[in-house]
Design a protein. Structure first.
Length: 253
């Protein structure tokens, strides 16, 4: 049956930044489809762990600061020691800094680029090596943004990093498809997350955004569940290097 292609029973998914927001929603969605979850977070992920375990799935919590790639070997070591393998990587963790381009500092630039693209690349590299060692492929899902397509305002390093995510997703798909590794991305639209809190609290800016979204609402973490399960499953085996917009129609407007 076609629906069985979406099942992820007993697969192991490593999800970064899954303590809140979109990462939490995706981790829970993957668990609903049958995955055990490795949650890599900078702060407590107890709420996500409770939700995953309530579904009868296992959850391994790894605390790590993803602003440095030095933590990556330890993450892989713990994950493989606990579950024996990794089948799916979701590079969700990300940060944003808002400031006029004329006043943007080197520190603000480096902080965002380190988490949003440098660690994304090197964690993908490490997990891909694990996939190749396991010998049966795997799925990597990066989290891009509307600013992978657009310039934005007052977020120069975020725009640069998310544009890079789109490009690196294509490059890795080109190189790793021969190993049975699918690399794709999801570009969330304007979602109810910590990153958009300032925008949502600005009545004028919030109205401008909502007026452009054909769906007429901000997205919520549950909107990410279906897309991430699709890209993590066999149903997407012939999808490679694509960035899927989950945006309520924002880009179509």
């Amino acid at each position: 049956m076609m629906l069985s292609a979406f099942e992820l029973k007993d697969r192991v998914a490593l999800v970064t930044g899954c303590n809140t927001g979109l990462g939490q929603g995706m981790a829970i969605g993957l668990a609903q489809a049958g995955c055990d979850i490795i949650g890599v977070t900078h702060s407590d992920a107890g709420e996500t762990q409770q939700a995953v375990e309530a579904l009868g799935r296992r959850f391994l919590s790894i605390r790590a600061d993803l602003s440095s790639i030095e933590v990556i070997p330890g993450i892989l070591e713990q994950a493989v020691a606990h579950f024996g393998r990794i089948d799916i990587l979701v590079n969700n963790a990300g940060i944003i800094r808002r400031q006029d381009a004329l006043a943007f500092s080197e520190q603000e630039w480096d902080e965002v680029m380190n988490v949003n693209i440098k660690t994304v690349f090197f964690l993908s590299q490490a997990v891909a090596k694990q996939f190749i060692q396991q010998g049966d492929g795997g799925k990597i899902i990066n989290i891009a943004s509307m600013l992978s397509y657009q310039g934005g305002i007052r977020v120069p390093s975020y725009t640069a990093s998310k544009s890079a995510v789109l490009g690196v997703t294509r490059l890795l798909a080109n190189e790793w498809a021969k190993h049975g590794i699918n690399v794709n991305a999801i570009a969330p639209g304007y979602m109810v997350t910590n990153n958009t809190q300032q925008l949502r609290e600005d009545e004028d800016r919030s109205k401008e955004i909502l007026d452009r979204i054909p769906a007429g609402r901000w997205g919520v973490p549950e909107d990410m569940m279906g897309p991430v399960v699709f890209l993590a499953s066999k149903a997407s085996d012939y999808v490679n290097g694509y960035t899927l917009a989950v945006d309520g129609g924002w880009l179509a407007r």
